[in-house]
Unconditional design. Structure first.
Length: 410
């Protein structure tokens, strides 16, 4: 058989360029996967385009802020987290994409910046955190234009206050001292749940010192058991087999929450722990891929979907994950290590999201002196924090403080 006849008669012919063009003429409409479908309708709040004129990174008092300005002079500001690691990504890969775009198209923009150029190759926390800070500042901008809180733009405010659990536990204290911190915390705040750091953080089954976790867990049960819910966070300390043993010990001491028992990349190992235990396994703070969240939920790798509102790319992507979690009847409880003005994102998200767990995470170590450069101050009373009702993210920054900030250049 001649080569020409072979190609004409074989299955290989279907792979030729012409055959590809005939098979897909370009008329087949793209159907986005469920996890990528829209969750908000920002256009209904704004009859006219809201053109993004500039986005700046500001620095001062060891803090960073993203400031977005529209062409008609409206301004949105959001405090960031860990920005010192992300500056080149924010300034070089993320901000340029948003300039000149219509802020009402925010959902499409969050997807578009990922696909822009080579950005998709850099996806992960170092990419999605800068996207989230820009997105948060745009939500602040839009809320101020519409004179509505961000929660209203995200589907409507469902809660006027957010019950929280206390976190912020440390590993450089004794078991006794750490339990005492939370005994005092419950007295001061009225919180109904607290979370202890167990293990040694990515420690290959080790404690900060021998026996610390066992002693702290038993003492927590003795002093707080029956009064508040007891949560734990291993920060990836254990192998699956060790994690299951620790989980059984937690269950015996009345703990109801077990966060990140295995290193976060080890999806199969985390699932082994979830399958073996009755208490809720919380997981997801390090993850930022929507497809992976769908897979994790479909395969019941965790009981509590614990994405981070910064690391996952912001409100839009978090709301999409929340939709997945609701369909699977799983709680969504975002990871949060921020306080003050930087923590407002979790309040706005929780105020407007269905299917959240009973308590959101809030860091508490000891009462802090109120800071004068923003308002309102977030104080936990009766175990809850009021959701700011002002426009946008609900935070007002002192104009003199903003003047003191320096614009970070690329």
């Amino acid at each position: 058989m001649k080569r020409r006849d072979f190609l004409a008669s074989s299955a290989y012919a279907s792979l030729l360029p012409g055959a590809l063009r005939a098979k897909d003429s370009g008329n087949t409409p793209y159907t986005p996967p469920e996890y990528q479908k829209p969750v908000f309708d920002l256009h209904k709040f704004f009859p006219q385009p809201v053109k993004i004129e500039s986005i700046e990174l500001l620095q001062g008092k060891k803090k960073y802020f993203v400031r977005t300005r529209s062409s008609d002079g409206a301004v949105g500001i959001a405090e960031t987290k860990n920005m010192e690691y992300y500056v080149p990504m924010l300034l070089g890969a993320v901000i340029p994409y948003f300039i000149g775009k219509d802020a009402r198209d925010l959902e499409h923009l969050v997807d578009g910046v990922y696909a822009q150029g080579m950005n998709y190759k850099m996806a992960g926390q170092a990419f999605w955190a800068p996207v989230s800070y820009v997105e948060h500042s745009i939500f602040d901008l839009l809320g101020r234009i519409a004179n509505k809180p961000a929660g209203e733009l995200m589907g409507g405010v469902l809660k006027k206050e957010v019950p929280v659990y206390l976190s912020g536990s440390e590993r450089d204290t004794t078991a006794e001292d750490e339990v005492e911190v939370y005994v005092q915390g419950v007295e001061v705040t009225g919180a109904k749940a607290v979370k202890f750091k167990i293990g040694g953080r990515m420690s290959e089954n080790n404690d900060p010192y021998p026996g610390r976790t066992d002693k702290m867990v038993a003492l927590a049960q003795k002093k707080l058991g029956g009064k508040v819910l007891l949560y734990s966070d291993a920060n990836g300390s254990y192998t699956a087999s060790k994690a299951i043993g620790v989980g059984k010990m937690l269950e015996a001491n009345g703990f109801v929450w077990y966060e990140e028992p295995c290193p976060w990349e080890e999806l199969s190992e985390t699932k082994k722990v979830t399958d073996a235990l009755d208490l809720k396994v919380a997981y997801g703070e390090q993850n930022s891929t929507l497809w992976q969240f769908q897979w994790l939920i479909d395969n019941h790798v965790m009981d509590v979907v614990q994405l981070d509102l910064n690391y996952c790319g912001g409100f839009v992507r978090a709301a999409r994950v929340a939709r997945m979690a609701r369909k699977a009847n799983l709680w969504i409880v975002p990871h949060n290590t921020q306080t003050g003005s930087a923590s407002v994102n979790i309040l706005q998200f929780a105020s407007s999201t269905k299917g959240t767990g009973p308590y959101m995470e809030y860091v508490w170590r000891k009462p802090q002196k109120p800071e004068s450069w923003y308002s309102p101050q977030f104080i936990i009373k009766n175990g809850a924090i009021p959701v700011p009702t002002g426009p946008g993210m609900g935070i007002d920054f002192d104009p003199e403080f903003l003047k003191s900030l320096t614009v970070v250049k690329a």
